[in-house]
Design a protein around this ligand. Structure first.
Ligand code: CA
Length: 170
């Protein structure tokens, strides 16, 4: 970039400081309004917190071991943690989740993780990320990641999640 060009940019920024500031502030405000609207209307099931139901998992009825449950929870996390979703990986994990106790073990292993529910990705729990994101459980993550375009996967996974005592629309 030429010196003259960069001087022009500096000049432009100086001349438009207030405008740039207000544009930035407006974008931040829109982001927060969108987030709060989404959290009020986006989920009819407003109780998206960690469910104690997981503690009722009967490991004797589970067809997977605890370490398999940990691996499946990690696969699901991997499928959802970045922007976008790996639907195939989710479907694959649910091939192993045969009954409600399997799901409850995986649910418990997943726990709650910081999640930007607008852009759909995991945030490391640094102090500033805690301002922008909340912790959500596996059912919330799945519901938010799988949109109406992912009907096939939703159909596949809904019944075992509902059997486990959660509300998840196919
Ligand atoms: Ca994602």
């Amino acid at each position: 970039m030429s010196k003259q060009k960069s001087n022009q940019i500096v000049q432009f920024l100086n001349d438009n400081k207030a405008g740039i500031f207000y544009t930035g502030a407006t974008l931040v405000a829109i982001y927060f309004v969108y987030k709060s609207v989404k959290s009020v209307w986006g989920d009819e099931d407003s109780d998206s917190g960690f469910s104690d139901t997981a503690n009722n998992a009967n490991i004797y009825n589970a067809t997977i071991s605890q370490s398999e449950a940990n691996n499946l929870a990690y696969s699901l996390f991997t499928a959802m943690r970045d922007s976008g979703t790996d639907e195939d990986l989710i479907a694959q994990a649910f091939n192993r989740i045969q009954n409600k106790d399997d799901f409850l073990l995986v649910y418990k292993a997943f726990g709650e993780k910081y999640y930007d529910n607008v852009f759909g990705y995991y945030l490391d729990p640094t102090w500033n990320n805690k301002l922008f994101a909340d912790k959500y459980d596996l059912v919330y993550w799945l519901d938010n990641e799988l949109g109406w375009g992912d009907r096939e996967v939703r159909n596949k996974i809904a019944s075992v999640i509902n059997q486990a005592g959660f509300v998840f629309k196919p």
